[in-house]
Design a protein around this ligand. Structure first.
Ligand SMILES: Nc1ncnc2c1ncn2[C@@H]1O[C@H](COP(=O)(O)OP(=O)(O)OP(=O)(O)O)[C@@H](O)[C@H]1O
Length: 311
């Protein structure tokens, strides 16, 4: 499959500070890549280099086969970008602004109306088309920012922190929109909100101190989140020896409220065996729960280990 974006060995220095340190990755159609990292990790710097707004100190970026430095016009034709602060004119209406953006994207007159109608439809902006942007809620302003980024139907859409400052309902709507964009485009979004990548993305990469420390599919990430711990809740106290006798169970730990935590070797699904034992011995099995690490746990673990490797 040909890649929409190829980034190879990107570096960016600000004076002596290496803000982006040997970053390489690819993006293909249908992928929504979450670019995750704490404040100051190098996300915006990378996004700006991908968009051709900032020259890398070293490295290569191609968008749809065009080198962003050698062929910036051809590369940017295929690119839509929402910066962390959306570039909106508050004194224009949504229609006026999108019309202006369509001309900046060099859409031909014959295509402008259709392109604006499609972008408004996709971003849920039809009802506010004639409102002044400055009077819209933050969520709608963000949608206008996304509409200008997809107006020219680019192959690649780059969104820098698209849900910052939105309320929970607006966040859900923008995440749905991002998932939908992923069907027809390649999307990169930067965020420091960990659950955002789980909800919106197909792939995730984590950046820390300018270095990529993790690149995985969301399934791969979810595998990382799995632990080898189960917890059962029973009406009567469970018998630890009967549980320890189940092949694969390594240790058993009692918690208050007839809750028992079981550590196992993660090679087999023990649910059936545990259920059968609980029913046979009449404990009254109420719940069986697979314990998961939160994405935060994995993030802390990864960033700590990269820090340890660095010192
Ligand atoms: N124009 C600049 N001049 C000097 N240093 C800069 C400049 N822009 C960014 N930096 C520094 O480069 C590093 C990476 O910044 P960047 O904005 O790319 O991070 P980020 O991951 O997007 O952070 P945030 O989530 O806070 O936006 C930070 O240490 C930042 O202070």
């Amino acid at each position: 499959m040909s890649h929409l974006i190829i980034a190879e060995h990107l570096y960016r220095y600000y004076g002596k500070l290496c803000a982006v340190d040997d970053v390489s990755f690819t993006l293909s159609k249908g992928e929504v890549l979450g670019f995750l990292g704490p404040n100051g990790a190098g996300k915006t710097t990378t996004m700006q280099m991908l968009c051709g707004n900032l020259a890398p100190s070293a490295g290569l970026i191609t968008i749809n086969g065009y080198d962003i430095l050698d062929k910036p016009k051809s590369a940017k034709l295929k690119l839509g970008y929402l910066p962390d602060t959306p570039p909106l004119y508050r004194e224009l209406t949504v229609d006026e602004f999108l019309h202006y953006c369509a001309r900046l994207h060099r859409l031909t007159r014959g295509h402008i109306s259709k392109a604006i109608a499609t972008a408004k439809e996709r971003c849920g902006l039809r009802e506010v088309a004639s409102r002044l942007i400055g009077n819209l809620s933050k969520g709608f302003q963000q949608r206008v920012g996304i509409a200008q980024a997809i107006l020219h139907n680019p192959d690649v859409v780059i969104l820098d922190e698209p849900t910052v400052g939105l309320d929970p309902i607006q966040i859900r709507e923008i995440r749905n929109l991002i998932r939908e964009l992923g069907r027809d485009h390649g999307v990169i979004l930067s965020t420091h909100i960990l659950p955002e990548v789980q909800e919106s993305c197909t792939h995730v990469q984590i950046i820390q101190h300018g270095k990529l420390i993790f690149h995985e599919t969301i399934e791969g990430l979810n595998r990382q989140l799995k632990t080898s711990t189960l917890q059962i809740k029973t009406r009567l106290p469970a018998d630890f020896n009967s549980l320890k006798a189940i092949p694969g169970i390594l240790s058993v730990e009692g918690l208050p409220g007839n809750i028992t935590r079981l550590h196992h070797d993660n090679t087999q699904n023990l649910n059936e065996h545990i259920t059968e034992t609980a029913v046979r011995l009449g404990w009254g099995l109420l719940e069986i729960t697979e314990m998961k690490q939160s994405l935060e746990d994995v993030f802390v673990k990864l960033t700590e280990s990269s820090h340890r490797n660095a010192v």
